[in-house]
Design a protein around this ligand. Structure first.
Ligand SMILES: N[C@@H](CCC(=O)N[C@@H](CS)C(=O)NCC(=O)O)C(=O)O
Length: 410
């Protein structure tokens, strides 16, 4: 029911801006995908590290280094580079790294590529985070991570698997994931070794996060429900603000992986269909996805609002409805987000609203709970208009996600 002071009319941009939150301190505050400088309270003159990572925070190898620098609280600069699957590589980066591969790191002016070589150099300079990555036990765990990665690739990225081959690929994956689970069960948990998170945990984070999302979406496989030690490990990670700042969500990974991996294939089973529909609608997958999605909803809605208000002109420019026509539907969805009451959009706006719903990227744009609320508000507002969907997301490339249109030069 509407309060007397509220109507079903959408709020104006200035009213919405008045309800948005101030941007957090990205330099010394919590881990943020939008940061370009991290100081952790130290002077800028102490910065001797530059991390080159991808604009959209989709690259798993970059996430590994990003997490390490954040957990070690090393002051660093971030320069963002385009991945080929979503746009042309910057010339200045190709001059530095002719292969264009990410991540890259500059340490005291020396350029280093290959994520494991980068970790080694960082450990040598700043000391390890727990066990050194060259310790025999760490080497074993790193080998296990690669085995797990391979078994996941075979199951997810092999096209046209027969039912029998699907079953075999799943069994093979389960065999290796159980080895990861027994490693997690070796001590008191929740971490792989000892009472603290270490580099060996961070090495598993990026791909296990992607496995959790993609196997739910494409294979109907609920990794956290199937493997309690992995759920416990994720829960421990999600208690850490630093991890939450880098954490992506199921919708983002389900659609950023196909162009990066050369294709992800559904087993077309009923569970994969059910879960993928929920993910695509924007509902998320509850605690299979993250245990913190329901936190502090009013605050998270205000974060989502502030991110959209900041980019509203650019979001309208790229919307297939056109900047003018998308103005009111977007304000209706934001009004729904912030008041939690329906705000009917003009007729013919469903596909434009769903176009934006499908392109919110976590953590690039906002944290996971904020994105879930925004997707739900966009979908609820679209439903007031009708069932029309946006064109399906491309799977071979994501040129629809050209970062150039959203860069704000300070
Ligand atoms: N072995 C490398 C792999 C790095 C890698 O595969 N990077 C991909 C992104 S995930 C890349 O930069 N590809 C070029 C591009 O997409 O533009 C490492 O560990 O750093």
């Amino acid at each position: 029911m509407l309060l007397s002071s509220e109507s079903a009319e959408p709020l104006s941009w200035s009213e919405l801006a008045g309800l948005a939150k101030a941007e957090p301190n990205r330099i010394d505050g919590p881990t943020s995908a939008q940061a370009t400088l991290r100081l952790f309270g130290q002077p800028e003159s102490s910065v001797n590290v530059t991390l080159y990572r991808d604009h959209h925070a989709w690259c798993p190898y970059c996430q590994k280094i990003w997490l390490w620098l954040e957990f070690k609280r090393i002051p660093y600069r971030i320069r963002k580079v385009t991945m080929r699957c979503y746009g042309p590589k910057e010339q200045w980066f190709l001059q530095k790294v002719p292969s264009g591969m990410l991540p890259a790191l500059e340490l005291h002016g020396q350029l280093i590529t290959e994520s494991d070589v980068i970790l080694l150099a960082l450990e040598q300079k700043f000391g390890p985070l727990g066990m050194a990555i060259t310790a025999p036990e760490a080497l074993e765990l790193r080998r296990l991570e690669r085995l797990l990665f391979q078994a996941w690739c075979i199951w997810l990225c092999s096209p046209r698997l027969s039912t029998r081959q699907q079953a075999l690929a799943r069994e093979q994956f389960q065999g290796i994931v159980q080895r990861f689970e027994s490693e997690l069960n070796q001590g008191e948990g929740p971490w792989l070794r000892g009472p603290e998170l270490q580099t060996v945990d961070l090495i598993f984070v990026p791909y296990v996060e992607r496995m959790n999302a993609s196997l739910a979406y494409y294979k109907g496989y609920r990794m956290r429900a199937e493997h309690p030690a992995i759920d416990r490990w994720f829960r421990a990670l999600e208690e850490l603000e630093t991890y939450r700042g880098t954490q992506s969500d199921f919708h983002t990974h389900a659609h950023d992986l196909p162009p990066q991996m050369g294709g992800c294939w559904s087993d077309d089973g009923p569970e994969a269909q059910r879960l993928s529909e929920r993910i695509d609608r924007g509902d998320g997958l509850g605690e299979d996805e993250a245990c913190w999605y329901a936190v502090d909803q009013a605050n998270q809605a205000a974060i989502a609002l502030s991110r959209v208000v900041r980019h509203q002109q650019r979001l309208r420019n790229v919307n297939p409805m056109g900047a003018q026509a998308f103005d009111q539907p977007l304000r209706c969805a934001l009004t729904q987000l912030i008041r939690n009451t329906p705000c009917p959009p003009p007729s013919g706006s469903a596909a434009g609203l769903r176009y934006l719903r499908d392109r919110i990227s976590v953590p690039r744009d906002m944290p996971l709970p904020a994105a879930r609320l925004l997707r739900q508000a966009l979908e609820a507002t679209a439903q007031l208009d009708g069932p029309e969907q946006a064109k399906p997301l491309p799977v071979r490339d994501r040129f629809d996600q050209d970062p150039g249109l959203f860069l704000i030069r300070s």
